[in-house]
Design a protein around this ligand. Structure first.
Ligand code: SF4
Length: 426
């Protein structure tokens, strides 16, 4: 048998990319190629540099990987340049993946990365590592794009991952995270990158697989389990319906796997519930199984016109009803809003502020975001979200009363940054 190369995968394990990198590390652990790959998880740039040097000097072929969102793209490019300047001639392969790299592949490659994994990362990364172990050319990996003589050469994209094939985290390396139970989204909210990256179809992890990994997490001493899904109440369905039976089977299995003493968080951070899915029956089911006392509900706008324009698929009264029902059931609804959505006129902004006040009087909390024109979405070329002075004052008033929270102020700058870096479509 041909000799194998020693390969090291060094992950730039920092917020927010670390969540995706945990999933990828889990895929490496679970695959045969993982036996020949050393994983490193440096959490800051000095440790990143140290890990890369150490692995290289110990004779490994080194791959350094980043995953980032559009707002953190400049930080990743800067870190890459910083690292390269300090490698003193050591050759390492620097790769990037994730939603921004997929949507803006050329910009990412020109930012200095050697290869960009397009689409879902697991199969692409595993093939790349296999090639390196066998001594084959990593630049031929399917799903990896590269620059050849200054032009982008695409080699397809990673897609169609079956969630049960891979663990949700890298337990053998002690790296845990929320369990991704559904990938892809059938809704087509125009500001959202999820359907673009993962296709407009739900793919669910099976109940047995979720329970298995929940047990692993609990046995590792973790007290809490959380879940990643585009829409919490869509578990087990292929369409807009809610399948409470499937949801109950899953939550019961999770509850059992976390016993004794573990806590189950569902319909809350880091995932949300669509307002039309909030019914007395759904809430009663959640009450039986979950430990969270808040629910995160997507509201997004108080303007019917803007809700229609963004293809949200629900109206204002549905949001109000969801919040009232949640309060009645003993949850604190946290309703998400996006300020500065494309096409908003002053009356739309007033309608949003009015809905925020109405919800907070019902006992809800309001979570404010500023609209970002995200690559890959139909709103990629829209103006960045802004918040006028009067609205700002009203938001500050709601915040001072403890009714509103969120990073909408910082997000104005992030939205402007994304728009400023935008390049014309080719
Ligand atoms: S905002 Fe939520 S429901 Fe809408 S497309 Fe994105 S993930 Fe799906």
């Amino acid at each position: 048998m041909a000799s194998k190369n020693k390969v090291a995968l060094v992950l730039s394990y920092q917020y927010p990319g670390k969540y995706a990198l945990t999933v990828l590390a889990g895929a490496v652990e679970a695959d045969a190629v993982g036996q020949d790959v050393a994983l490193r998880f440096p959490r800051d740039r000095e440790s990143l540099l140290a890990a890369v040097r150490e692995c290289h000097d110990a004779g490994y072929r080194v791959v350094v990987a980043w995953s980032f969102y559009s707002a953190s793209f400049p930080g990743a490019v800067e870190e890459l340049a910083w690292l390269r300047e300090r490698l003193e001639g050591r050759e390492v392969l620097c790769i990037a993946g994730g939603v921004h790299a997929t949507a803006e592949t050329e910009q990412t490659l020109r930012g200095g990365f050697d290869l960009v994994a397009v689409g879902e990362g697991e199969p692409v990364l595993l093939e790349l590592l296999g090639r390196l172990v066998r001594g084959e050319d990593p630049r031929q990996t399917r799903g990896m794009s590269k620059l050849v003589e200054g032009k982008v050469v695409s080699q397809g994209r990673g897609e169609g991952v079956v969630l049960d094939t891979y663990p949700p985290f890298a337990a053998r390396h002690g790296m845990f995270g929320a369990i991704e139970i559904t990938r892809g989204c059938i809704y087509a909210c125009r500001f959202c990158q999820t359907p673009f990256l993962n296709k407009a179809r739900f793919r669910h992890r099976s109940v047995e697989n979720i329970a298995r990994w929940t047990r692993v997490l609990r046995q590792a001493g973790k007290r809490d389990v959380r879940f990643i899904t585009p829409t919490s109440m869509s578990y087990g369905t292929a369409d807009e319906s809610v399948n409470l039976e499937a949801l109950e089977r899953m939550l019961a299995a999770v509850r059992e796997a976390m016993s004794p003493g573990g806590r189950v968080f569902y319909g809350t951070f880091p995932s949300e519930v669509r307002p039309e899915h909030v019914t007395p029956e759904a809430l009663a089911l959640l009450k039986r199984y979950v430990d969270n006392d808040n629910l995160i509900i997507g509201g997004q706008s108080g303007s019917e016109r803007i809700l229609r324009a963004t293809h949200r698929g629900h109206d204002v009264e549905t949001v109000v009803r969801a919040a009232s029902l949640a309060v009645e059931a003993g949850f604190v609804p946290n309703v998400d809003f996006i300020l500065g959505l494309p096409g908003e006129a002053p009356e739309d902004v007033r309608a949003t502020l009015e809905l925020m006040r109405r919800l907070s009087e019902l006992g809800a909390k309001v979570h404010g975001h500023t609209f970002m024109p995200l690559p890959g979405t139909p709103y990629r070329d829209a103006p960045p979200g802004s918040v006028d002075e009067e609205t700002q004052k009203e938001l500050d008033r709601l915040a001072s009363q403890g009714r509103l929270y969120g990073h909408w102020k910082q997000q104005v700058a992030l939205a402007n940054g994304i728009a400023a870096r935008r390049q014309p479509r080719r």
